[in-house]
Design a protein around this ligand. Structure first.
Ligand code: 0R9
Length: 638
């Protein structure tokens, strides 16, 4: 027996050692994303207990030392000895890879998804971890260091018979993670989403760090219905009701919530066992097919669509639609390159039949809403037809005349996109300086005049008619929407260069809105950047310094001395710099500062909401957003 125990111990240590050697393989990365992932792993175990019907509250705290505590009020991890391993169930959960799924019994689980690797991986990657269990009137505790057991699970006291639950505290290992400071807002976004997806569950997040103390509570009895309401808060809903369909079929539990708004964007997000599926899959296919067929059947049978008229397409019906599709399934199969696409075929049928049946009933009961959506879709169909004609015209022109690049574009001579970058520059005058300053071989310049169209408030047909947007589309080479093809991208870096003032920030936001709505893959794959022109020039004794922030100016002044020989210039715009200065400060790849625009799958619905808050037509949510975020703005000249 002792020998078997020793052999098992060696195996466990080897397992956790493998995690420490190649952490990326288990949690994706050791960057800030991986760091936050540790929290999701532990929280997901508590959410499983909520899905099993035993846990109502989860409390997450960022402690002053950047360790994390997660507490749930579920049954508590079982403390008895697991016969197969000879270890307590608690020790199994924290030391054996993928133990939760195997030992936790059947049922739907949110843990064990894409990177759902379990508590043992968090333990392996933590400097220390402590688990406390309350069960059957007793409290138990066990401690670990870098995955290693510091002692057996021990009884540590008593508690009331109803005070059951699990508390896990861990401190990520600084020798493994590049970044070990937790970001409250990243956890907040994820925990809010988890609460929306698990109706009735209350999640509280605390920041206990000095100067950062704050608390957020997420508790939604309406679940994904409230998620849709939240996503639509900066939009004007087309009707007051949010549709909600729910049911179980073929062992798949399906929930769908939807509401149209007066924007032209589709904001449809799908989840499997609370894990986002940005590439969709069978559940999303089932939803789309059911939606398209049900609306066409309704429009035909109620004579809203004439016999001579074409069927509405899925895109027509989903214009301005916000929807959440959330399913729970016992054995999810994830496919595709990034394993973010659901493959289970039973999910297609389950979602299709639940949505088709309940939506048909809903439309019959709510004829005014049904007509509203059909009319909106018919308008979308007409606009799409106009846009198609405009696009075909451009395509025919290109076929006849060859790919004619925009006249204003000063292209680079190197034809290998890997080496090339394009500066999108605000205004003709800065564009002129940039053209003189650039390195002709690898840097292309596209000056844009004034403010580009706000695509958040425009339909495709108008967008195709806008000169500035057309210039960007042709210059980038990728096409947009369903025509988008990243392999045709003509520049590795797309750099937005605007003045460091309110107008410049607005123009940069308009450009980002366009790229995000029409070519989001450029952002996902890290091709989009913001140039950072300097804010100050300091001249003294024929020497020149540039400062990119007030702090930097202070530092330079501290070094060179504060006296009347200092000549300080506050740049108001790019136009104030001559070509040489522009090159030295903002365009020289050796010296410039670029900010890469990033977005991850973890925050896609939040990015969507931010764009329509900033660029949509509702004023109040924008005012609130600005009030809440003004504290983060630095160096903006107003
Ligand atoms: C604070 C984070 N919470 C957890 O990690 C957590 C795991 C867990 C759990 C069970 C209950 N609460 C939990 N919280 C549990 C209990 C029982 C059966 N299955 C699960 C039971 O009482 O019968 N567990 C997750 C895995 C396991 N427990 C185990 F069974 F594998 F040990």
């Amino acid at each position: 027996m002792a020998n078997k125990y020793d052999a098992d111990q060696i195996q466990i240590l080897e397992g956790l050692e493998a995690v420490r050697k190649r952490p990326g393989m288990y949690i994706g990365s050791t960057s800030t994303r991986g760091l936050h992932h540790l929290v999701y792993e532990i929280v997901d175990n508590a959410v499983d207990e909520a899905l099993a019907g035993y846990c109502k509250n989860i409390d997450v705290a960022i402690n002053p030392d950047n360790s994390i505590t997660v507490i749930d009020d579920g049954r508590g991890i079982p403390v008895g000895i697991n016969h197969k391993s000879g270890l307590s169930a608690v020790e199994v959960v924290f030391t054996i890879l993928h133990a939760g799924g195997k030992f936790g019994g059947g049922g739907y689980k949110v843990s064990g998804g894409l990177h759902g690797v379990g508590a043992s991986v968090v333990n392996a990657l933590s400097d220390w971890l402590e688990v406390e269990v309350r069960r059957e009137g007793k409290t138990y505790i066990q401690k670990f260091e870098k995955g290693k057991v510091m002692g057996p699970l021990e009884e540590s006291g008593t508690c009331g018979p109803d005070q059951t639950g699990t508390k896990v505290t861990f401190k990520p290992d600084e020798t493994i993670f590049e970044e070990t400071v937790y970001d409250y807002n990243i956890l907040k976004t994820r925990l809010r989403e988890t609460a929306f997806l698990t109706k009735g569950l209350k999640i509280i997040l605390h920041d206990e760090r000095e100067d950062k103390k704050q608390v957020s509570t997420f508790h939604y009895e309406g679940g994904i219905k409230e998620f849709v309401q939240y996503l639509n808060k900066a939009k004007t809903p087309s009707y007051p009701d949010i549709m909600y369909f729910e049911g179980t079929k073929n062992g798949v539990y399906v929930e769908v919530a939807l509401q149209h708004n007066d924007s032209y964007n589709e904001s449809v997000y799908s989840f499997v066992n609370n894990i986002t599926t940005p590439e969709g899959g069978t559940h999303l296919e089932g939803f789309k097919v059911a939606l398209t067929k049900t609306f066409n059947d309704y429009a035909r049978s109620h004579k809203l669509l004439k016999e001579s008229e074409q069927n509405l397409t899925g895109d027509d019906i989903r214009e301005g639609l916000t929807s959440i599709i959330s399913i729970k399934i016992e054995d999810p199969q994830f496919e595709g390159q990034t394993k973010q696409k659901l493959g289970n075929s039973e999910a297609r049928g389950a979602v299709n039949s639940i949505v088709a049946e309940q939506l048909t009933y809903y439309l019959e009961q709510n004829p005014a809403i049904a007509k509203n959506i059909c009319d909106k879709s018919i308008m979308a169909q007409r606009a799409r037809e106009a846009a198609r004609k405009a696009r075909d015209l451009t395509r025919r022109k290109t076929a006849l005349e060859g790919t004619s690049l925009p006249g204003k574009l000063a292209d680079c001579s190197d034809k290998n996109p890997e080496n090339c970058e394009i500066y999108i520059v605000e205004g003709d005058s800065a564009g002129g300086s940039a053209k003189t300053a650039r390195s002709r071989a690898t840097q292309a310049i596209l000056p844009l005049r004034g403010k580009i169209l706000n695509v958040e408030k425009a339909r495709l047909d108008r967008i195709y008619g806008n000169e500035e947007i057309k210039a960007m589309i042709t210059a980038f080479g990728t096409g947009i929407h369903e025509d988008f093809d990243i392999s045709k991208l003509r520049y590795n870096k797309i750099i937005i260069m605007t003045d460091a003032d309110v107008d410049g920030a607005h123009i940069a936001t308009l450009m980002l809105t366009f790229i995000y709505r029409f070519m989001p893959e450029l952002i996902r794959q890290g091709h989009v950047y913001l140039a950072q022109p300097p804010l100050y020039k300091l001249e003294k004794n024929k020497q020149t310094w540039y400062a990119y922030s007030d702090d930097e100016l202070d530092k330079i002044l501290a070094e060179v001395g504060r006296d009347q020989n200092n000549k300080i210039q506050r740049y108001k715009g790019l136009g104030e710099m001559d070509a040489e200065q522009l090159w030295d400060t903002t365009m020289d790849p050796e010296k410039r500062i670029l900010l890469r625009v990033s977005m991850t799958d973890d925050d896609e619905s939040e990015v969507d909401l931010t764009f329509n808050t900033l660029m949509g037509d509702q004023v109040e949510p924008r005012r609130v957003f600005i009030e809440e975020n003004a504290k983060y703005v630095k160096n903006l000249d107003v």
